[in-house]
Write a protein that binds this ligand. Structure first.
Ligand code: B1M
Length: 224
């Protein structure tokens, strides 16, 4: 398979939830390579990790999201696509994390309470870490109290909040307010599909990043 075919096939695997060759789902792809094998093959063929991420994995998850909106697929299929994406990410992680060893500062990140989406947050963690930051990842469904406890332990850290649901945007607002009331000088950056610059201004966060690269630029600008 050439590079384009590998990308196309990998996109199909993540979109349809074909995790690896041994996986029985989806039955139509039984015995075929899955996201695991194809990511390895793409890397071996010289496809850049960032191309694998953007052209295959993120493209596939966008398609999954559209099909979910159109009620063509349901939560279990989204979950299995997320699993296929995570399996692929295991192979990409070392490339994104091979940044400088000297740390530029600390970055605390979590997906806000009520929200279980972690793929985007994990990507931001990985890329920020690769750009030379120490990352303290609090996981998903993180309440204000957990952020505050962690800020007490790392008062010099910058804090990142991720939200993927419109229904968890108010939780993000509340977490920002609680952190700012106790630590007015801590810098807060928000991200995730439903949030934007206007929402950042509305809730009094310091930065908004649509993607991991701009999160890195923002963090770097604070220590420049
Ligand atoms: Co959910 N889900 N989901 N889901 N899910 C969305 C978000 C949705 C848009 C799908 C849709 O309807 N089209 C929709 C939200 C609609 C809305 O609120 N307007 C939705 C819904 C409704 C739900 C449930 C409510 C479904 C249900 O149960 N009925 C439920 C909620 C559960 C909960 O959280 N309480 C739910 C559940 C799930 C799964 C568990 C099945 C699974 C998540 C698995 C996991 O994360 N481990 C899932 C998935 C996979 C999705 C979609 C398909 C893909 C999300 C994803 O991983 N994208 C998603 C549709 C979509 O996004 N197209 C959808 C890839 C990822 C790389 O992108 O996360 O946007 P993203 O991250 C980007 C940027 O946003 C940014 O950088 C990343 C890389 O570019 N970014 C930051 C993110 N955080 C950042 C932080 C920063 C900076 C940048 O600084 C701090």
């Amino acid at each position: 398979m050439d590079k384009n075919e590998l990308i196309t096939k990998l996109t199909e695997c993540v979109e349809s939830g074909k995790v690896n060759k041994a996986a029985p789902y989806p039955p139509a792809m039984k015995g075929q390579d899955g996201a695991d094998e194809l990511t390895k093959k793409a890397l071996e063929a010289g496809v850049k990790p960032v191309e694998i991420l953007n052209d295959a994995l993120i493209t596939a998850m966008d398609r999954v999201g559209k099909k979910f909106s159109q009620k063509k697929i349901f939560v279990p299929q989204m979950l299995i696509s997320a699993k296929a994406m995570n399996v692929a990410m295991v192979h990409l992680k070392p490339f994104f994390q091979s940044g400088e060893v000297k740390r530029k500062g600390k970055f605390i990140i979590g997906t806000v309470s009520g929200d279980l989406h972690d793929i985007g947050k994990n990507l931001v963690s990985m890329i920020v870490e690769g750009a030379g930051w120490e990352v303290i990842d609090l996981g998903v469904d993180v309440k204000a109290t957990k952020f505050i406890e962690t800020i007490k332990e790392h008062p010099d850290a910058i804090v990142g909040l991720s939200a993927l649901l419109t229904t968890t945007m108010p939780n993000m607002q509340q977490i920002v307010a609680e952190i700012k009331s106790q630590f007015p000088d801590v810098k807060l950056i928000i991200g995730g599909a439903p949030v934007n610059e206007d929402f950042k201004n509305e809730i009094g966060a310091d930065g908004y990043s649509p993607d991991p690269q701009s999160a890195v630029s923002y963090l770097n600008s604070l220590v420049a």
